[in-house]
Structures are given as structure tokens and as C-alpha cells.
Design a protein. Structure first.
Length: 445
């Protein structure tokens, strides 16, 4: 047996970031007698659905694919050399998009296909998320419009990922048809793009040049190239996972440093200044010391908010993450991004019902600022105080007379909502800006 194993480089981890083990790609070349059957010899099997192909086809084949290669001697040294050169690109500095485009081009060239494409599946493995096409000019691509979603024959390869050769797509029972402005295509060769039993997509070739259909030799070469494409996709995803883990590790480290070092030191400085202020008898100096202590307290609150924001990056469903997402969403309405501070253990205290009320009130409050206040800045503060969830929104806008609140501002609704939940709602406004404070029981069910 002649087998080629290529190892693709992976970054080594450090600290708490796990290292990636080298990934190896087996390419089975001439002489391998331990092959797997790709397709039953009966030509009537071509074009049948997975349920019609017989009981030996598992419905889970789309998750665990053994990369079968049909036994076929390939005695053309030129093709073998080109295959090797194509696979060696895995060791280069090309991006994933460049690699996939190159593999499709090589598949078209080596199999003699006029058109080629590679569809990368989404996480559900049921739809095409990305599509790399070769053979169509930009004008034709624009005229066709949306890329394939994975229906018809392409969907057949997704549901039952085995190599498939069709002499004429137009006569296949699973055909879905071509969109307007799409060139006519007849002969077809499709193979799964897989690595280590995991299917990541499919490689398609159409319109065999100089022959009515693709051959088994073509299939062997294209399957080998599809395995290399699978390794490229797998490695790209593993690298992304490692980068994400590294980001999370950095978040945790920064949060720990802020809490263990910065906050503790600021707290100690604040206590010292408070002690000194009691000894000072000069009113101006005592006042300045008091302001300094208040500034330190505010800085500590802001740092805690930053720590919570760093930590909430792990859980997009947390209360803090949802509040921050809503503030970012409403930035175009405000014309700026409001500053957000948190106080207390929100995620462990607030119920889902309370979070939904909170998000409604926050949306209404910020929308009012954007529509009526003519403000250039705003601060959102969310905390837990004596069993209540407390939300305040403060802006530096024009202000208004709270006694003349109109229904158009939506503030009546906020007051009624707080009263119905057993809480309360207050509005304080002046020419320097407005503050609304909304509170209700944090453990509301």
C-alpha cells in the first residue's frame, strides 16, 4: 500500500490554552486494497434518495464519514504529482478562502470540468453557509443572484454524503432546477468534504469537457482533493476555537487583576483619605478630600462594571450581556453609546421575568432620551438594592417639567408597570438633564 500522511502545523498552546495536536491527512493512492465501496455497482442506485439506497446507509452518515476512496489504479505520474503539490499547500500561509478556491480550481483542471464549486455547511450540517465557485465570470454570478442553499441534488449530498456521479442532471429525479441566468449543466460529480469522520461540506464539478460523463478516475482524484479541503476547514475552525479560548483566558486574567489588585488598592486609598479628612479642620481642604473619596468610589463602581462586562462575554444570555446588547442596539437612536454601570450580583438575583421587565423599561427610557432630550451623553445604572432591582437612566439633555408629563413620552406606562409589580418610578429633571429611576422586586416570578 502506498499512503501519504501529511501533518499540518498547529500553534502550540501556553498557560491554560490547550495546544492543538498535529492533524494528519491520509491520501490513499494506487495499491491500497483495503478500500471501502463508495457506491453499489448497480447503476440504478444512482439518483436514489438515502432511504431508497438500502438499509446499510445510516441516517447518521452525515456526521461520521469514513472518507471512502474507490479502488482504482492511477498510473499517471503527472496527476499524482499535481495532487501532491495541491495537498502540500496545507503547509503554506494561504488563507482558508484561498486554499478552498485553489482546491476547486485543481479539481476542475484534473477532472476536466468546466465548472466547480465547494459548499461549506453550517453548524447544523443541513444548509450551505459558504460557497466557493469556479468557472463563472462576475457578470454571470451577479445575474444569477443568491448562492445555492443546498436543495435538489446538492441537498442529496448533504443528507447522504457519498461520492455521486450523474451523467445528466436534467434527468435526475432529485433535480431542483436552475435559477434564471444560470448556465445549463448536465454531467455532475459531487463528493463530501470531510476530515477525521466529520463532514464539513461538499465539492461539486459539472460539465465534463470532451466526454459525456465524469469517470471513476476523476472521482478518485477529486475525493483526495476533498479530503485536503476538509483538513483545511477543520484546522481553520480549530485555530478559531483556540483564539477564542485565548481571548476568554485574557478576559479572566484582566478581570482577576482588576479585582484583586486595582480595586483593593483603590479601596485602601479611599479609606486612608477618609481617615485624613476627619483630621482636617480647614473646610475647603476637607471638601476636596470628600470629593476625592467620592471619585474613588465612582471609579471602583466603573471598574466593577468593566469586570462584569468582561465576564459576561462567556454567557450571551446573562442579564448583563442582554443589557449591554440593548444599549449598543439603541446607539443609533441616541446618536452615541450610553455608559453602563452595574452594581451587585444581578445574574444570580434577577429572575427571567424581572430581566424582561428591565429590558422593556430600559428600551423605553433610552428611546425617550434619543427622541426628546437632545442629549450628548447618558449613563445607565443597573443594580440590586435591598431586594429590589433598580434601573436609572441619566442624560445631560434639555430637561422638562415632570409635572407636565405627556402620554407621548411613555413615562406613564413605566410608572404603571412599576406600581403593578410592587415597585415605584421617579423622574427628576432640570435644565441640566433628566434622571429616571425605576425599581421593582428583583426576585419577581
Amino acid at each position: 500500500m502506498l499512503a501519504l500522511f501529511l501533518s499540518s502545523s498547529s500553534p502550540r498552546g501556553s498557560g491554560t490554552t490547550p495546544a492543538l495536536a498535529p492533524r494528519h491527512l491520509p491520501i490513499i493512492l494506487p495499491g491500497d486494497r483495503h478500500h471501502h465501496s463508495v457506491r453499489p455497482a448497480n447503476p440504478l442506485d444512482q439518483g436514489l434518495s438515502s432511504s431508497q439506497r438500502g438499509p446499510e446507509v445510516s441516517v447518521l452518515r452525515h456526521r461520521h464519514y469514513d472518507c471512502p476512496v474507490p479502488y482504482r489504479r492511477l498510473d499517471d505520474p503527472a496527476k499524482l504529482r499535481r495532487l501532491l503539490e495541491a495537498v502540500l499547500l496545507l503547509e503554506g500561509d494561504l488563507t482558508l478562502a484561498e486554499l478552498l478556491h485553489h482546491f476547486v480550481e485543481e479539481a476542475c483542471s484534473m477532472a476536466g470540468a468546466r465548472y466547480g464549486a465547494l459548499g461549506v455547511l453550517d453548524d447544523s450540517k443541513t444548509k450551505v453557509a459558504d460557497f466557493v465557485a469556479v468557472g463563472l465570470d462576475e457578470k454571470t454570478v451577479r445575474a444569477i443572484g443568491d448562492r445555492p442553499a443546498g436543495k435538489g441534488v446538492l441537498g442529496l449530498l448533504i443528507s447522504d454524503p457519498r461520492p455521486l456521479r450523474i451523467a445528466d442532471l436534467r434527468e435526475h429525479p432529485g433535480r431542483y432546477g436552475f435559477p434564471p441566468n444560470h448556465p445549463e449543466m448536465s454531467s455532475f460529480l459531487g463528493v463530501p468534504v470531510a476530515a477525521h469522520g466529520e463532514v464539513y461540506g461538499n465539492l461539486y464539478l459539472t460539465e465534463k469537457i470532451g466526454a459525456p460523463a465524469f469517470t471513476e478516475d476523476d472521482e478518485v482524484m477529486v475525493v483526495a482533493l476533498s479530503q485536503a479541503a476538509g483538513i483545511a476547514i477543520e484546522n481553520a475552525r480549530l485555530h478559531r476555537q483556540v483564539r477564542e479560548m485565548a481571548v476568554y483566558d485574557d478576559r479572566d486574567r484582566i478581570a482577576r487583576d482588576l479585582h484583586d489588585a486595582v480595586i483593593q488598592r483603590l479601596f485602601a486609598i479611599g479609606l486612608s483619605l477618609q481617615g485624613i479628612s476627619r483630621l482636617v479642620t480647614t473646610p475647603p481642604i476637607a471638601e476636596r478630600l470628600s470629593r476625592a473619596v467620592a471619585d474613588i468610589d465612582e471609579t471602583i463602581r466603573q471598574i466593577r462594571s468593566s469586570i462584569f462586562a468582561l465576564s459576561s462575554g462567556r454567557d450571551p444570555g446573562s442579564a448583563r450581556s442582554r443589557i449591554l446588547d440593548l444599549v449598543r442596539e439603541l446607539s443609533p437612536v441616541l446618536g452615541f453609546e450610553a455608559r453602563v454601570t452595574f452594581e451587585g450580583a444581578l445574574d444570580s438575583t434577577l429572575t427571567e421575568t424581572m430581566v424582561e421587565h428591565l429590558l422593556f423599561v430600559l428600551r423605553e427610557g433610552l428611546t425617550n432620551v434619543g427622541r426628546h432630550a437632545r442629549a450628548t451623553g447618558a449613563v445607565v445604572s443597573v443594580g440590586v438594592d435591598d431586594g429590589d432591582c433598580v434601573l436609572t437612566v441619566t442624560d445631560n439633555g434639555a430637561g422638562f417639567d415632570p409635572a407636565a408629563i405627556t402620554a407621548g413620552l411613555g413615562l406613564h406606562n413605566l410608572a404603571q408597570r412599576a406600581e403593578k409589580l410592587g415597585g415605584r418610578f421617579e423622574v427628576r429633571s432640570s435644565e441640566h438633564g433628566t434622571t429616571i429611576e425605576w425599581r421593582a422586586p428583583a426576585g419577581l416570578r
